[in-house]
Design a protein around this ligand. Structure first.
Ligand code: ADP
Ligand code: MG
Length: 262
């Protein structure tokens, strides 16, 4: 088990230090422990070890096809790993369903959010009135994602919304939900050049709520906005640590790699 192996990683970052096992099983954090995933005989994820401490923000940075969305779907419980465990505060949650994990406070904004006929933005964001919130908060969150309440609250979450607008609704929904863990899969894709600023506003708001953010991206500029990062390629962690160091390494190595797409 190499849950917190420091081999090959920078030494200054707290994320690189090996934790004694009593801390692994008592600290407030989400851990991926030796997670592997194979499909049709193909290894998509090699043994992956990650930890996400409460209240911190993390990027999972890597080129297309690296395995980033697969990691997210395994954390959410949408895919079952071939081997390994997911631990939440030391409890094994590997066998739990998506709904059970959502109840524990793990939520996700998907890379390609779904559309729903006949449901308004307001109904969607308030879970049909089930979520405890008020108009001021709804207004504030919609404003934050660049969708004025008056213009959007009563629009339908169907194909009349553009892909970018749909992504903004999805992000607003997570902000209102205030989960313990928010996984954002490529939140900047489909958005315009203001995406970087929007991601910053979203990260600040999550920080205030104490939400741990796991932000998946293939843009190093976006990865720089979180505190820590994992650089993933070909189903392996290539580097972990402070985002600045990880992004520097990514810039030096990834663009020159002939295996990387795009
Ligand atoms: P990323 O999100 O980093 O772009 P993914 O996790 O989506 O990467 O994919 C990782 C690898 O798994 C890729 O090589 C991809 O082709 C493969 N993969 C993803 N989904 C499927 C699927 N449904 N069937 C077969 N292979 C898949
Ligand atoms: Mg993906």
């Amino acid at each position: 088990m190499n849950l917190f192996s420091t081999k090959g990683f920078g030494q200054d970052c707290p994320e690189n230090f090996k934790l004694p096992s009593y801390e692994v099983f008592s600290m407030k954090m989400l851990c991926l422990r030796d997670i592997e995933y194979s499909r049709d005989g193909r290894r998509i994820l090699r043994p992956i070890n990650m930890r996400f401490r409460e209240g911190m923000s993390y990027s999972i940075l890597g080129p297309n096809g690296a395995g980033k969305s697969t990691i997210a779907r395994i954390v959410m419980g949408e895919l079952k790993p071939t081997s390994g465990q997911i631990l939440l505060d030391g409890e094994d949650i590997t066998g739990l369903s998506v709904t059970e994990r959502a109840k524990l406070g793990i939520s996700m904004a998907w890379q390609e959010p779904a559309r729903y006929e006949g449901i308004t933005v307001q109904e969607y964001l308030t879970l049909g009135g089930k979520l405890r919130t008020n108009k001021d908060e709804l207004q504030e969150v919609l404003e934050l994602v660049g969708m004025p309440y008056e213009l959007y609250a009563h629009r339908f979450v169907d194909k009349s919304l553009s892909g970018g607008e749909r992504k903004r609704v999805e992000l607003a929904s997570l902000l209102l939900l205030k989960p313990r863990y928010a996984i954002l899969d490529e939140p900047d894709s489909g958005l315009d050049i203001t995406a970087g600023k929007l991601i910053e506003l979203i990260l600040n708001r999550f920080r205030k709520c104490g939400t741990t953010v796991i932000l998946i991206t293939h843009h190093e500029g976006i990865a720089l906005k979180t505190e820590f990062a994992y650089f993933v390629c070909s189903g392996r962690i290539i580097r972990r640590g402070f985002s600045r160091e990880v992004v520097d390494y990514y810039r030096k190595t990834c663009r020159r790699c002939s295996f990387a797409e795009g």
